[in-house]
Ligand binder design. Structure first.
Ligand code: PXL
Length: 276
């Protein structure tokens, strides 16, 4: 059997299994890579309080030990970060990246969860910008995160999104993909993502899926890019495949409760789109 490429997620646990490190590991497996995880936080949701989220952070020192344990087996072929939760954890992650020098680093700058109205982790924004963007090969903010991280606030037009991408690239992220999706005002029948590699913009479109069952889409998108890079795809190819992977997953989503529904991480494979 061919040696599997190794992928790593440094992320929070979503107890429901749709987002967070669970989504990442499922996606890594779908891509035929060997997934590993360092857990940074545990997210729970309260059915009796409008599905409000609580984040329990893991001690940063324990995150560091998990990373040392993982890197003791060699460098993963690609890694991603998700919800980090504590600014001390962001520093621990940067330190590990400096010591181990892994390649193919995808920073998903999680500041909010779908299913929550507000921003959960705004205090993380400065640290992500200062410590993680300079080592990022790819960053994958959604519209809200891109607005906060760029300092531009609410992004309403394609040109504002492109401006935000240029600013985030200026902070050191080599490639920026801003997930506009359907939250984007004048997009009625397409999900639009804007990709910027420091030279060119690419507008990536997929047909809009009219479904509220999209929990886990953001994490899964970043995980799919990570696994694609591990497998040797170019950045643009990895992003394009990841978009198709997530589109299939949303199309085959299933309700979880009255608040959310989970995307199905196995849909792309079900559709026969992976050939290993
Ligand atoms: O979708 C953002 C997200 C990231 N990470 C974890 C989460 C969520 C949203 O619920 O639970 C662990």
């Amino acid at each position: 059997m061919k040696t599997k490429k190794k992928t790593l997620t440094i992320a929070g646990s979503d107890a429901t299994g749709g987002a967070g490190l669970q989504a990442d590991l499922k996606t890594f497996q779908e891509y035929g890579t060997f997934g590993m995880s360092a857990i940074t936080s545990i997210v729970t949701m309260d059915i009796n309080d409008n599905w409000s989220h609580t984040i329990e952070t893991i001690e940063p020192e324990i995150v560091g030990r998990q990373l040392d344990t993982i890197f003791a087996g060699g460098k993963p072929d690609a890694l991603k970060t998700g919800m980090l939760g504590d600014i001390r954890t962001i520093a621990v992650v940067r330190d590990a990246i400096e010591r181990y020098q892994p390649k193919n680093i995808v920073i998903d700058p999680v500041l909010a969860c779908k299913g929550t109205a507000g921003i959960l982790l705004s205090e993380n924004a400065d640290s992500i910008r200062e410590l993680l963007f300079p080592v990022a090969d790819v960053t994958t903010p959604n519209l809200v995160e891109a607005g906060i991280l760029s300092g531009l606030g609410e992004l309403k037009t394609v040109s504002e999104i492109e401006k935000a991408a240029i600013i985030l690239h200026g902070y050191g992220a080599k490639n920026v993909i801003i997930k506009g999706g359907r939250r984007f005002d004048n997009q009625h029948d397409e999900a639009l993502d804007v990709f910027y590699d420091g030279h060119d913009f690419h507008h990536l479109k997929s047909p809009l899926v009219h479904s509220d069952n999209n929990h886990g889409a953001g994490c899964t998108f970043a995980a799919a890019i990570t696994a694609g890079l591990a497998n040797g795809q170019s950045t643009l190819d990895a992003v394009t495949t990841a978009k198709a992977f997530v589109h299939a997953a949303i199309t085959n989503a299933q309700p979880f409760n009255q608040y959310l529904g989970h995307i199905w991480h196995g849909a792309y494979r079900d559709n026969g789109r992976f050939k290993f």
